[in-house]
Write a new protein. Structure first.
Length: 555
RNA sequence: GCGCCGGUAGCUCAGCUGGAUAGAGCAACGGAUUUCUAAUCCGUAGGCCGGGAGUUCGAAUCUCCCCCGGCGCGCCA
């Protein structure tokens, strides 16, 4: 309906524009919005004022001129009025709400889903933690964002690939392997101490125990780090995958950085960069001319030791993703990666890749507050709260919901003591409760009115005109925005827009519930209200499904 | 010092990309339960949208300058 209004206003403006002999291409796009104040009509359009500004005309006078043309073109669907400095306010005809209701009813359990991105392939990369230890709450936010953005994109028709990029080679893994070996030797009574930067976590000891179990004492004097590394990687990855599975987060592809070397992609990338004159050698290292692309100085691609820095594999990895032909690629990073991606993007751009196909989502880290104090975290020192511990405390649903209920860029304070309460502070219960309540009403209706079958509530059997209460119209109006909100949330990669929408929907339902009986004596009215309740349930259920949260039927 | 992110009610945060009188939840206070779930609802109170200038019909939103907080600034990832 909104698109319809936008189209009509656009047509009216285009006609006027042409009559003035103005360049069609310069006409601004017309957008309508739902005004906060219902007395301003169902849709409001500020486009006239934008034009008037450009042309140096009085906006109010221009609006007065165009307004009747809009009404005329609405052909009975509604009327237009001018207000304020030149708003065009469109009020829909009395039965327009009914038409919206019927259309929503016909959507059935597909309410909220669309095919906006049909035929397009998108790759979402998230978590991507290297296998050095358990996932922390920081990874949790990354996982929730990536997973939910991916699900929302799938919900609007995209073909989504979920990817995890990891590196199980390099110095950090050697440190990890040596930490396991030290613990192993300690288990055998050795006096060896962990190296200064060693991994101190309890899980290292568990891994050492596994080694002991499977190899006995025969590795006491072994220098075979590869073996310890093998156990360390296998164990930490198993931990990570188990945690993600518990959280309901999955990936289609686990991409090992190592394959970039074995496939020669690192070398090919380096050669390509050199061939384009984007790199040079100095002090035994290979440098990327980053300063030419706005960086404060050039960056090292290959160290004088011959080992690449993280940049080179990152660039090679993205070339690899480009080669796979995605229409869109999304990377989810924590704030610590903030400074790394501009170099990578600049280099990819210089290599001729369309970096507009790449979206980098940077989320701020989660601050954990416990006993009123901020908990400082470090993986090395094993001073952190794991994602598993968090889920133990507040449950999977609340964990997922909390991680995405705020804008990515906001610094998000996760108060453990508060979250543990599982009380009113927790909006996820509010939304779930609305769903459970509707289910309860449906159960009640099945008992009271067996003749009213939920599956038979459709446009032919339900008289939507009976829904005249303002609360009902508010609900229909809000439901009508469902699909668009989900599209916007998905396309802008902002899951919090969905949670905000669902909370509002739940609020409108709770208010409605408190003021009106749904299962009333009159069958026709009861059927109409039931149909509305079912629609709300579909919207809530689909929204919760996109968030990966249980739509509980009883609470 | 440079860069990025943030600053909106006592607290935690929305604000549909420049629209009309800035909104929720929690906390506070006062009400609603013979009822389909009170994990709910209704009401009251709470604001210099960090500060200042600019852009224009119009700014929480855009530009510039300050202030405060977080993060990053390596031949670590």
């Amino acid at each position: 309906m909104k698109a319809h209004v936008e189209q009509i206003v656009t047509e009216v403006m285009r006609d006027w524009w042409q009559a003035q002999h103005l360049t069609p291409a310069e006409m601004p796009t017309v957008t309508a919005s739902v005004p906060k104040d219902k007395s301003h009509g169902d849709f409001t359009c500020a486009a006239v004022m934008a034009i008037a500004k450009k042309l140096g005309r009085n906006a109010r006078a221009l609006a007065d001129e165009l307004c009747p043309l809009v009404t005329q073109r609405m052909a009975g669907d509604g009327t237009c009025a001018v207000a304020g400095p030149g708003f065009l306010n469109v009020t829909l005809a009395a039965d327009a709400g009914l038409r919206v209701f019927v259309r929503l009813l016909e959507r059935g359990d597909q309410l909220g889903y669309s095919q906006h991105g049909a035929g397009k392939r998108v790759n979402v990369e998230y978590v991507s933690a290297n296998p050095t230890g358990p996932l922390t709450v920081g990874h949790g936010r990354n996982a929730a964002i990536g997973d939910i953005v991916a699900t929302m994109l799938a919900a609007i028709g995209y073909d989504v690939t979920r990817e995890y990029y990891f590196n199980d080679a390099g110095n950090q893994m050697n440190v990890l392997a040596r930490s396991v070996r030290t613990r192993y030797r300690q288990l055998l009574g050795g006096a060896e101490q962990l190296e200064e930067n060693g991994y101190q976590g309890e899980y290292i000891i568990d891994i050492a125990k596994t080694v002991l179990q499977e190899h006995g004492e025969q590795l006491r004097d072994s220098d075979d780090l590869a073996l310890f590394k093998h156990y360390a990687v296998a164990a930490t990855f198993a931990m990570i995958k188990a945690t993600l599975a518990r959280m309901g987060v999955r990936h289609d592809i686990y991409f090992n950085e190592h394959t970039l070397y074995s496939d020669g992609k690192i070398k090919a990338t380096l050669d390509e960069i050199a061939a384009r004159g984007l790199s040079y050698e100095q002090d035994g290292a290979v440098w990327f001319r980053a300063a030419q692309f706005g960086a404060e100085k050039d960056r090292v691609l290959v160290k004088s030791t011959g080992e690449p820095t993280y940049r080179l594999p990152d660039i090679a990895y993205h070339r690899e993703k480009f080669a796979r032909g995605y229409d869109w690629m999304i990377d989810v990073f924590g704030a610590d990666h903030l400074t790394t991606y501009p170099d990578v993007l600049a280099c990819l751009g210089a290599l001729g890749y369309a970096t507009t196909k790449l979206t980098v989502l940077i989320h701020q880290f989660v601050t954990i507050v416990q006993n009123g104090e901020i908990v400082k975290m470090s993986t090395r020192k094993a001073n952190y709260i794991t994602l598993d511990e968090l889920m133990d405390d507040v449950g999977v649903d609340a964990t997922r919901y909390f991680f995405v209920m705020r804008k990515l860029g906001s610094h998000f304070e996760f108060d453990l003591d508060l979250a543990k309460k599982q009380s009113l502070d927790n909006p996820v219960f509010y939304v779930q409760y609305a769903h459970a309540r509707i289910c309860s009403v449906l159960r009640h209706c099945a008992e009271e009115k067996p003749q009213l079958k939920v599956e038979q509530l459709n446009a032919a059997t339900v008289n939507g005109a009976l829904l005249t209460a303002p609360e009902e119209q508010d609900l229909v109006r809000h439901l009508a925005q469902c699909e668009e909100i989900i599209q916007q949330a998905a396309l802008s990669c902002e899951p919090h827009r969905l949670t905000t929408y669902l909370e509002k929907l739940a609020e409108l339902f709770h208010r409605y519930y408190n003021q009106h009986q749904i299962v009333v004596a009159d069958d026709a009215l009861a059927a109409a209200r039931m149909a509305l309740a079912v629609m709300i349930r579909h919207a809530l259920r689909n929204g919760l499904k996109m968030l990966g949260i249980t739509a509980v039927e009883r609470m």
